[in-house]
Design a protein around this ligand. Structure first.
Ligand SMILES: NC(=O)c1ccc[n+]([C@@H]2O[C@H](COP(=O)([O-])OP(=O)(O)OC[C@H]3O[C@@H](n4cnc5c(N)ncnc54)[C@H](O)[C@@H]3O)[C@@H](O)[C@H]2O)c1
Ligand SMILES: [Mg+2]
Ligand SMILES: [Zn+2]
Length: 276
């Protein structure tokens, strides 16, 4: 089956296609959603910082208008990326997730990080180029590991003070230079709850565009230690029986997938599918 959405670097000089507009409050939407006829959207006098050709949706070119500041369009409002992740068409969310990452990256790489001069977009490539010192910047992706630790019928879940009230999730953390995903896992688990793990198994990955993480999902078994939550980072961490789980993260997150998969295997239920 042909994928509905494929990324591409499109020429912004060409006319037509769809466009999405992204400002500080998310994406512009009306009753038909966030995709607008591009030529119409460009006539709305939006404060456009940059335009990027980002790919094809059902064969049609899609562009991003990245805005400089908040704006208003009659009959439209703004919706954050998280709301698109939580509900609605998943392919559309993937288009917007990509648009958000390209918009953020290009915005944050207008100036060369090496010599501080203005950068220019490289034609036909997703890169910013400094004509003075030749440095190139490519879209930024931050590898992060996420792990479900289990002990028989029990799973270890924790709360960050940033979470929605009551929700518990798997442990996660950004990889540091010099470490593998597995080493990151062992370090983060020690830092966040002071436990030791064994039988580390890679389960799958997910793009997490908040703002540019690549989640590498693992399962690990408890090997030793008593839970000591990390001050400031972990508000609470507990072992939960698979029959008595607390409120869990959003169903499209890899955190939720790792939990649902373990519970399904433990209880002999149908296995969930990891959303891309
Ligand atoms: N998709 C999911 O199911 C899911 C679930 C949990 C966490 N996450 C994501 O995983 C990522 C890591 O989780 P965490 O927040 O617990 O990380 P963490 O445990 O490493 O702690 C967060 C801290 O890391 C530092 N930090 C921020 N950005 C960084 C970067 N790019 N590189 C290195 N350090 C950075 C900051 O000091 C921040 O306070 C976050 O993006 C989070 O949103 C995704
Ligand atoms: Mg963490
Ligand atoms: Zn430079």
């Amino acid at each position: 089956m042909t994928p509905r959405w494929t990324t591409a670097v499109l020429d912004t000089e060409l006319l037509g296609g769809w466009a999405v507009a992204r400002g500080p409050d998310g994406f512009l939407i009306d009753g038909n959603g966030p995709l607008f006829p591009r030529e119409w959207l460009k006539r709305q006098e939006l404060p456009v910082l940059a335009e990027h050709g980002i790919g094809h949706l059902d064969g049609e070119p899609v562009y991003l208008l990245e805005l400089e500041c908040p704006a208003q369009v009659e009959g439209c409002h703004w919706q954050g990326l998280r709301a698109f992740m939580l509900e609605g068409d998943h392919t559309l969310y993937r288009v917007l997730a990509y648009a958000a990452q390209i918009g953020t990256w290009a915005r944050e790489h207008r100036y060369c990080g090496s010599c501080a001069r203005l950068m220019v977009q490289v034609p036909r490539e997703r890169a910013m180029h400094c004509v003075v010192c030749e440095m190139r910047s490519y879209p930024r992706i931050s590898p992060s590991m996420i792990v479900l630790i289990t002990r028989g019928d029990e799973v270890l879940l924790a709360r960050s003070p940033r979470f929605v009230a009551g929700v518990y999730s798997t442990l996660a953390g950004f990889a540091e230079p010099g470490e593998s995903a597995e080493e990151c896992l062992v370090r983060e688990v020690r830092e966040e709850v002071q436990l030791e793990v064994r039988n580390i198994q890679y389960m799958g990955s997910q793009c997490w565009p908040f703002p540019h993480s690549m989640m590498l999902g693992f399962h690990a078994e408890y090997a030793g230690g008593d839970i000591v939550p990390q001050a400031d980072e972990i508000e609470d961490a507990q072992w939960f029986n698979v029959h008595r789980l607390p409120p869990l993260p959003a169903s499209r997150s890899i955190a939720r997938y790792l939990i649902d998969l373990y519970v399904a295997r433990r209880l002999g239920l149908a296995e969930p599918v990891l959303p891309g």
